[in-house]
Design a protein around this ligand. Structure first.
Ligand SMILES: Nc1nc2c(ncn2[C@@H]2O[C@H](COP(=O)(O)OP(=O)(O)O)[C@@H](O)[C@H]2O)c(=O)[nH]1
Ligand SMILES: [Mg+2]
Length: 304
């Protein structure tokens, strides 16, 4: 991994790194992998929010492979590889691309999780890569949500399809997909509301947007990315399980990792939901979105 990228990731993960320094520190000790060491490892992983199932699994494997052996580089590498392995999913980080036309990415998540900011970051990311991006402002529930997206798009020089506050989100999604197909856009990114009158209402609306896009562009949305706020820790898992019941989410954008020491909860989120984390948010600026790579993530947590 490029030094500059690793340094940026380390900076974004400062708070979580402070906790993982406790884990990494154990491997700087002289001695053997004995029961005290394993107990201490278990405690430190637990404190780092890795979650009980992942922690128990790791400590157990460590015991089988290294009991009574010297604590050295190899034991540390084992832990790093194990943790990175927990986050690995085949083809995990790639966006599924539509070979026959625009790729539709639908963004879901509760209010305040960072959907709109992540859309701006993602649009910027794709735009810099030379892709033609169209944004659909389908969070029509709050006028401010539309304005926020308009401002981002102006700044980025990215086109947006929007309607009046309170208008039907599915019809905006429809218009955006239509336009993208007709004008040869590479991507359509669809913003959605995070809260309506009721949970049922919200979920029905998401289903409807989903249905409408697939009618205009068959096979779409190609990705449904669920935005989860890392600062909420285990609560994020519950939110995700609720969303999964209605729309099949294909990936996660885990935001606000810069603002929390709970970054270790990524391990239990991934284990419980078994959907890949595709992007992580490490700040409020447009460039603070990273394509997620398990090995680099773990390296950033462990390296001094
Ligand atoms: N520190 C930090 N703040 C973020 C990040 N992503 C989003 N935010 C902030 O979280 C707040 C809510 O974001 P917004 O995109 O409006 O959430 P939405 O309601 O889901 O659309 C805003 O103040 C954002 O600046 C991140 O990765 N790091
Ligand atoms: Mg929003």
């Amino acid at each position: 991994m490029f030094r500059a990228l690793l340094d940026k990731l380390k900076l974004g993960l400062t708070k979580t790194r402070n906790l993982f320094a406790g884990v990494a520190g154990l491997f700087r000790l002289k001695g053997r992998v004995d029961h005290d060491f394993l107990k201490e490892l278990e405690k430190k992983l637990y404190l780092a929010d890795v979650g009980s199932a992942a922690t128990a699994g790791l400590v157990d494997r460590m015991k089988q492979a290294f009991l009574d052996k010297e604590i050295d580089k190899e034991t540390e590498l084992f832990v790093r590889d194990y943790l990175a392995g927990l986050l690995q999913i085949e083809g995990g980080r790639d966006i599924k691309i539509n070979p026959d036309g625009p790729t539709v990415i639908m963004i879901a998540g509760v209010n305040g999780s960072g959907k709109t900011t992540s859309i701006a970051k993602l649009a910027g990311f794709l735009n810099r890569d030379g892709k033609k991006v169209l944004v659909a402002a389908c969070d029509t529930f709050r006028a401010a949500a539309i304005d926020q997206l308009v401002i981002w798009c102006e700044r980025l020089g990215v086109e947006i399809v929007k309607g009046l506050p309170g208008s039907d989100p599915a019809s905006i999604a429809h218009d955006a997909c239509d336009k993208a197909r007709a004008k040869g856009f590479d991507f359509v990114i669809v913003d959605t509301a995070g809260r309506l009158h009721t949970q049922t209402h919200l979920m029905r609306e998401l289903e409807k947007i989903h249905r409408v896009t697939s009618k205009v562009i068959p096979g779409s949305p190609h990705e449904v990315l669920l935005v989860l706020d890392a600062t909420t820790g285990q609560n994020a898992v519950l939110q995700a399980e609720n969303f999964q019941k209605v729309v099949h989410c294909t990936g996660i954008i885990l935001t606000k990792l810069d603002g929390t020491a709970k970054g270790g909860s990524i391990f239990s989120i991934k284990q419980r939901l078994n959907i890949p984390v595709k992007f992580i948010g490490v700040g409020e600026k447009i460039e603070d979105l990273e394509s997620f790579d398990p090995a680099s993530f773990v390296e950033a947590l462990f390296s001094s």
